[in-house]
Design a protein around this ligand. Structure first.
Ligand code: FES
Length: 110
């Protein structure tokens, strides 16, 4: 199994709790979510009809789609409320030298 390849995204102190940061890592659109439970990285494209999740709302650990209101858990990407039925892809996050780094999972949905 290959070692995950982490990419530096932004300084931790530039992303306040309750805020999101959209970015592209390789070909993948990713949203970084900072919550009171930590920092999480998920695919930025809703699995229902491809709305941009970073234009929705972050409420605690719940990420709400701006288009039809599906709700995902940022900790594992699972659907908490439809109409989406498929989880959002999640990616490994670590904090190094005060910066958020993300390793994109280049699985089958990449
Ligand atoms: S596009 Fe996200 S719920 Fe429809």
């Amino acid at each position: 199994m290959n070692e995950p390849c982490f990419e530096r995204i932004l300084p931790l102190d530039e992303l306040r709790p309750g805020r999101m940061h959209a970015c592209r890592i390789g070909t993948r659109e990713v949203v970084i979510c900072r919550t009171d439970e930590g920092v999480f990285a998920l695919d930025d494209i809703c699995t229902h009809a491809e709305a941009r999740m970073s234009e929705g709302r972050l409420r605690g650990t719940r990420l709400v789609c701006p288009l039809h209101g599906a709700v995902f858990d940022v900790r594992d990407g699972r659907v908490l409320k439809g109409p989406a039925v498929r989880s959002l892809g999640t990616h490994a996050v670590r904090i190094r030298d005060g910066a958020i780094e993300v390793a994109v999972d280049s699985g089958p949905d990449a």
